[in-house]
Design a protein around this ligand. Structure first.
Ligand code: HEC
Length: 124
């Protein structure tokens, strides 16, 4: 009888060992998309820009339409309207609120859509 109990003990330990070994397998981590090169967001932003902004802004030149042409804005690094630094945050705030000459888009576009437009504008 003692022998049987002993064997059972060894068998249980062996099975536990196998289970442990299987449990330690690691899943590969999903890579984070780097913010400025999210091509799909840029493309969504481009389409939104065509619909909502192109009426007043050139994207392919700095020639003024109703508002300033936006080509080169990102490289210049500053708004021409107020000298503020161009960042995702300042652009988002600008598009959300507009000013006395530009309509606000807070109620027109969702936050996500505004961020897509920001992504696009940052490629200009
Ligand atoms: C009805 C016309 C109109 C529409 C539509 C419009 N804007 Fe404007 N926008 C303007 C005007 C006018 C100015 C300049 C405001 C000023 O001089 O005070 C401006 C300024 C800007 C500026 C600052 C440019 C600079 O050189 O400092 C950005 C960026 C901008 N708009 C982005 C957008 C985006 C993105 C959209 C679409 C979501 C948009 N605008 C839609 C009229 C418009």
């Amino acid at each position: 009888m003692k022998r049987i109990i002993c064997w059972l003990g060894i068998a249980t330990l062996a099975m536990a060992g196998v289970a442990l070994a299987q449990g330690t397998e690691k899943k590969p981590k999903a890579k984070k998309a780097a913010a400025p090169v999210d091509k799909e967001a840029v493309e969504r932003g481009r389409i939104l820009f065509e619909k909502k902004c192109a009426l007043c802004h050139n994207a392919d030149s700095d020639v003024r339409k109703i508002g300033p042409g936006l080509k080169g804005l990102n490289q210049r690094g500053k708004f021409s309207v107020n000298d503020n630094k161009i960042t995702d945050k300042t652009l988002k705030a600008w598009i959300e609120s507009g000013d006395e000459q530009m309509p606000p888009f807070k109620e027109v576009l969702s936050e996500k859509e505004i961020m897509d437009v920001v992504r696009y504008v940052r490629t200009l």
